[in-house]
Design a protein around this ligand. Structure first.
Ligand code: EPZ
Length: 418
């Protein structure tokens, strides 16, 4: 069951509901460790990354259980084990977001280093710089990062050399329980960072400025808040459906999303001659013929998201003309190009730049996913190609998309799991 089969060439038509955001859910699940009270998280996507994070939190002594298909109840009070085990961490690099909250709540932490992945080395130097700035002592030992804070962490002014999403989140969570005020400068502005800050304030933290490049956190003695919190919709899942609708010449309405979070992508799709209509919590995508080639540069939010780069490369592979893609965030995020070439794409990679010469149509082939978003891109390619496409390593796709085949099938796609 690790392969997906697609009979391409059918325009997607209909309505699809977007699930909760993977990257917000993972950060918020880590943040629940800061509280002592029961927390109910709603709109949580049932995807393998979230299931692994729940397994890790339970292994640390908390109790996290699914109440229904999209709701998780966490009782963090029992959490006392400060170690995130390697056999789980190696499945989920976002477990590095446990470092800040565990250190802040328990004064020590031991998190297996998740290591790199196919899209890049994924260093943590900015995480360490920020946590050390709050007074933590960090050391690396046999693949683990060990953190200790003799006494309470202390608020500090921290400048991030790069607006790292994870580093911003780790430092923000740790600073909630630090003594005094922390200022994070050149902070990441992604919607998932804002969602995490909103959650932290719900449980009693005092975070201001999330969504700007300067975030202020006034430390408090403890987070005693509990209660309910609803995760924001997943802008990358939504973007993937938008691109699939455009690439297949279809017309799809997406429900349960926040249109402003998709603005960087909507603007690019409009440039490519795609109609994107916005309403309060829906977006309608309508392809017009012919699509136009466009140039893309991935940037930190609100720039064009790196997590949508591969999907757009797939679409542009069959748009007549030359499109240029520059990947500024990760050093190895063009791997899907080799698989798209097996489907007839004409793509030239020169360092951080990909030159896409659009062909009249892609043809089906056997291809392999090498990471979550390259897998999503190959699904887009399979939907638009003539003939059958078989994608192996579908397990990558399950990390970040809930019931993707069913959702696409409801839009008319001929897609099966093998
Ligand atoms: C988050 O990863 C997301 N993951 C990624 O989504 C997303 O692509 C990325 O942000 C950028 O938007 C989660 O939120 C779980 P970064 P993160 O720290 O936090 C360099 C997906 O497909 N860097 O903003 O790891 C790093 O090498 C995933 O859903 C340092 O140099 O991203 C990279 O080049 C993939 N030192 C750049 O910053 C550090 O200490 C962006 O990384 C940290 C990062």
């Amino acid at each position: 069951m690790d392969r997906i089969l697609i009979a391409g060439g059918k325009p997607l038509r209909g309505r699809v509901r977007i699930s909760g955001a993977k990257n917000a859910s993972l950060a918020v699940l880590c943040a629940t460790i800061l509280s002592r009270e029961e927390i109910i998280l709603e709109n949580v996507p049932d995807i393998s990354d979230v299931r692994v994070m729940i397994e890790i939190i339970n292994s640390m002594g908390a109790t996290a259980v699914w109440e229904n298909a999209e709701t998780v109840k966490i009782v963090p009070a029992e959490c006392e084990n400060v170690e995130a085990p390697y056999h789980l961490v190696k499945k989920l690099r976002a477990s590095n977001l446990l470092l800040g909250p565990v250190l802040a709540r328990f004064g020590s932490a031991q998190v297996a280093l998740p290591g790199g992945c196919n899209i890049g080395v994924r260093p943590m130097d900015l995480h360490f710089k920020g946590l050390a700035g709050l007074g933590a002592k960090l050391s690396m030992d046999r693949g683990f990062v060990r953190g200790s804070a003799s006494g309470q962490l202390k608020g500090a002014r921290i400048y991030l050399d790069f607006p790292s999403v994870g580093a911003t989140e780790n430092i923000m969570m740790a600073a909630c329980l630090a003594k005094g005020q922390t200022l994070i400068e050149n902070a990441a502005k992604e919607p998932e960072v804002v969602d995490l800050a909103n959650f932290l304030n719900t449980i009693g933290a005092r975070v201001r400025g999330a969504g700007t490049d300067a975030i202020k956190i006034d430390g408090v003695p403890g987070l005693e808040g509990g209660g309910r919190y609803s995760i924001i919709p997943d802008r990358i899942e939504a973007g993937t459906f938008m691109v699939a609708a455009a690439a297949t010449g279809g017309e799809v309405t997406l429900e349960n999303l926040i249109p402003i979070h998709l603005e960087p992508l909507s603007a690019k799709l409009r440039e490519a001659n795609v109609n994107v209509y916005e309403e309060e919590d829906t977006l309608k995508v309508q392809a017009k013929e012919p699509l136009r080639p466009i140039d893309i540069k991935t940037m930190p939010y609100p720039g064009f998201p790196t997590d949508m780069q591969s999907q757009l490369m797939a679409m542009l592979s069959a748009v007549p003309g030359t499109s240029m893609i520059v990947e500024n965030i990760f050093e190895n995020r063009f791997m899907v190009a080799n698989e798209l070439k097996r489907m007839g794409a004409r793509i030239k990679i020169e360092g951080r730049m990909a030159v896409v010469e659009g062909v009249s149509a892609l043809h089906g082939a056997q291809v392999k996913a090498t990471d979550l978003r390259s897998g999503a891109a190959l699904i887009v390619a399979g939907l638009m190609a003539t003939g059958e496409t078989e994608i192996c390593n579908a397990v990558f796709i399950d990390r970040g998309y809930h019931n993707l085949e069913d959702k696409l099938g409801s839009l008319g796609a001929k897609i099966w799991r093998k």
